[in-house]
Design a binder for this molecule. Sequence first.
Ligand code: PEP
Ligand code: MN
Length: 343
Amino acid sequence: MVIVMRPDATPADIARVVERVEESGAEAFVSRGVLRTIIGLVGDVATLHGLNLRALAGVADVHRITAPYKLVSREHHAERSTVWVGSGDSRAAVGPDTFSLIAGPCAVETPEQTLQAAMMAKAAGAALLRGGAYKPRTSPYAFQGLGLEGLKILADVRAETGLPVVTEIVDAQDIDVVTEYADMLQVGTRNMANFALLQAVGQSDKPVLLKRGMQATIEEWLMAAEYVAQRGNLDIVLCERGIRTFENATRNTLDISAVPVVQAVSHLPVIVDPSHAAGRRDLVVPLSRAAIAVGADGVIVDVHPDPETALCDGPQALFGDDLQALADAVRRLPPLLGRWPTG
Ligand code: PEP
Ligand code: MN
């Protein structure tokens, strides 16, 4: 349920509503908008009805959220959210006013390769560095990532470049170690419905990049985000990374329509991963342009100093020249749509 406060509701009115809700054993999530405050309630509907919240001072309306996802819906939080990643000088925003370029190697391989990829990303105006230390590979014989050593390399490269780092977590048991080194926790397509993992990142204080499951509907994806939010972490960025279809010219089919569809029903930022969607370098820049045009809040792309020797996803990694074309698009196109590139 959602409580919409009157525009003239006082902080004491809001505190009283929260107190009343929490006394009943339910949870209250307060979101303060420019014009009004909305309080999202999670708990037993019958109990909440019994509280007669409509009678409290400052309450304008009480209504049920019709979507199956609550906290991530725009019914709970009408304005689109901005998620901040990193701290101090290494801080970046992902949200409706900006366009965020996130770039880096698919996998952390060596300190030199990671630093070089990060320098390429930085030169292109990237706001964040991506790089996998734990790699969820389709084949058990493929490179599985450097694990802890990879996290340490990412932290060193952050110190050197100032770029905050997003990296994947594949197992809830790794939560402490990944949280220690990363600025943002990525949950990949293969783990979108790993509910223990979603709850673990939901309990952390780091923002989460939640990729769409390659077989997931938009509603299932938003329900996965709800798992994270329900544990208290609303700093979630959604990432459309392509879904499985009958088409095999590309690795997956980028569902570009998912971007405005999700933005209409959820307040969370939505970015696009054209690299993992297409699996082909030549499509990354055109699909990034499409992502900008459709209103995505950013793109995340693979870059590598030497894609031919990459241990993971070399065919989709951008060369320096491609990255310049991407940087050019990110510099010129978002301002036409009222957004400013971060980085
Ligand atoms: C990745 O970003 O490195 C990755 C494995 O992506 P996805 O989960 O979308 O396949
Ligand atoms: Mn990859």
